[in-house]
Design a binder for this molecule. Structure first.
Ligand SMILES: Cc1ncc(COP(=O)(O)O)c(C=O)c1O
Length: 301
């Protein structure tokens, strides 16, 4: 199978758009829709598909090298794609102290999918995009290896996420998405004609610049009407709070859907809080993008 044609993976596209009855929205004349990107593909759910697919087409069967932490969903999705499509994968993992230890379940799955794992110390990992560091990594990889950045976010990834925006075009007034690197938001906002809310799950206030940079690289300049609400990171990346967990459990009970905690739950918390604060115009249709599934998050951080 050759990776410039991903149709044999049979992605579920466009992903389903499901209305849900939620009185916290209905009471204010709002309609809540769930954009089920988590159902696109079992091994490449949500934004993993949106971001990886254009990169895999560009790699066209060459080996793929990418980066991640010890619990990276992105590494797992890349390894699975390599197995399914038959191309070699190399995962550069943050933390040389992990080398020689038993692999955690996430990395064990990467290895079982055929990914060659290379553990590097944290300083090297931070410098991974510097030419000398990258050249050393590529020197140990097969000729012609294609590099995908950490989290899979580059210009091609943002273009892939623009398709998500186009799927929502004319179907909603507001779209909301959780943000790590900002690649999904950069593309979604570019493809969508309504307003797009990004909910950062990391602390730090750096995301706006990242999104603008990705839009510049992908589309040549700013695109779409998007804004960030930085209040819902719940302590930062990988962190949850008892309140967030209670909120997610309640949402699961109301709507019969398992909620991924580290990204999706924070975005839903933001949406419900903004609805309860009457931040959306009555009559608005609000689409929450479900970018990942709970299964993914069980062993992720
Ligand atoms: C489930 C889920 N939602 C949202 C995101 C955020 O995506 P991005 O890094 O493009 O902002 C991620 C990270 O890749 C994720 O795993």
């Amino acid at each position: 199978m050759h990776t410039d044609d991903l149709s044999p993976l049979r992605p579920r596209l466009p992903s389903p758009l499901e209305p849900v009855e939620d009185e916290r929205f209905a009471r204010r004349g709002l309609t809540l829709l769930l954009k089920r990107d988590d159902l696109i593909h079992p091994d490449l759910p949500g934004n993993k598909w949106r971001k990886l697919a254009p990169n895999l087409r560009a790699a066209a069967g060459r080996p793929v090298l990418t980066f991640g932490g010890a619990y990276s969903n992105h590494l797992r999705a890349t390894a699975a794609a390599g197995r399914l499509l038959g191309f070699p994968t190399i995962g550069v993992v943050r933390g040389d102290e992990l080398a020689g230890r038993p692999l955690n379940p996430s990395l064990a799955r990467c290895a079982a999918d055929g990914m060659r794992l290379e553990f590097v110390d944290r300083a090297t990992y931070r410098a991974k995009h510097e030419p000398a560091v990258l050249a050393a990594l590529l020197g140990r990889a097969p000729e012609g290896t294609y590099v995908v950045p950490e989290g899979g976010s580059n210009a091609l990834a943002a273009e892939g996420c623009a398709a998500l925006g186009r799927e929502l075009e004319g179907r909603a007034d507001v779209a909301a998405v959780a943000c790590g690197t900002g690649g999904t938001l950069a593309g979604l906002a570019a493809g969508f004609g309504g307003r797009t809310l990004g909910v950062p799950v990391l602390k730090g206030g750096f995301l706006g610049g990242e999104v603008r940079g990705l839009q510049e690289a992908a589309f040549g300049g700013p695109r779409g009407d998007w804004w960030l609400d930085e209040r819902f990171h719940c302590g930062g990346y990988g962190r949850t709070t008892p309140e967030l967990d209670a909120f997610a459990q309640d949402f699961e009970a109301r709507h019969g859907l398992a909620i991924e905690r580290l990204y999706v739950a924070k975005m839903l918390l933001a949406l419900v809080s903004l609805a309860e604060a009457d931040s959306f115009a009555p009559g608005s249709v609000v689409a929450a993008v479900i970018t990942g599934s709970r299964d993914q998050s069980v062993s992720s951080r």
